[in-house]
Design a protein around this ligand. Structure first.
Ligand SMILES: [Ca+2]
Ligand SMILES: [Ca+2]
Length: 215
């Protein structure tokens, strides 16, 4: 009994150290991968184009080879999984001015999700979409519209701060004005994208995924 208690006591003391080691190892591997592949260039030819899209579709649905040189090169929306959302992200990135694959420092959240992002355990959370009147695909609009989201930031000094952030219906490299960075505490938070984008033919599909940049 005593030895079991002793192990438990040692386990409790070691757990934070082991957890920290796991985080360091994970971060270490992540950075090695990030240097070794170009996110989105899944056929590994140095360019990101329509061939990568076909490659990814083949990999997902026709037993094609995995993205090269690392499978994670196909996780273009940076959410840790490779699936149909990466294909739509790539299409938007290539043809509709969407964020580029694995945009630097991008954090992906679905409604109700929160993630630790900072060295001191800072947390960012996506609570809801307050409004979304972005001009749907398949419709001509006089105004591109915008979407408003409710987010929160938690830090040990400031506690939880709720804030709103919006994005225009026109975004991408040539539409920098379509993003509206928000100052929250010591951070500048920008919505890079909000998907799926409204589509006139599919009104039942609602946006539920936000792509954030935190600086
Ligand atoms: Ca390529
Ligand atoms: Ca993904």
């Amino acid at each position: 009994m005593k030895s079991r208690m002793l192990f438990r006591s040692i386990g409790r003391k070691l757990a934070p150290a082991l957890f920290l080691a796991f985080i360091l190892i994970s971060v270490g591997f992540g950075s090695i991968n990030a240097q070794n592949y170009l996110c989105g260039d899944v056929n590994n030819d140095g360019k990101i184009n329509i061939n990568d899209m076909s490659y990814l579709i083949k990999y997902l649905y026709k037993n094609g080879s995995p993205p090269q040189p690392a499978t994670l090169a196909g996780d273009v929306d940076n959410n840790g999984q490779i699936n149909i959302t990466d294909i739509s992200f790539l299409i938007k990135s290539l043809y509709r001015g969407g964020a580029r694959p694995c945009a630097d420092g991008m954090i992906v959240l679905e409604i109700g999700q929160s993630k630790i992002f900072g060295p001191a355990g800072e947390v960012i959370g996506f609570d809801s979409i307050l409004s979304d009147n972005r001009c749907p695909t398949g419709v001509y609009c006089f105004w591109e519209g915008e979407a408003m989201t409710q987010l929160h930031l938690w830090t040990s000094e400031m506690g939880t701060i709720s804030f709103t952030a919006k994005i225009s219906g026109l975004t991408g490299p040539e539409y920098d004005w379509g993003h509206f960075p928000v100052e929250v505490g010591n951070y500048t938070i920008t919505i890079l994208d909000l998907n799926p984008y409204p589509d006139y033919s599919h009104p039942e599909i609602r946006s539920n995924r936000v792509y954030l940049k935190i600086e």
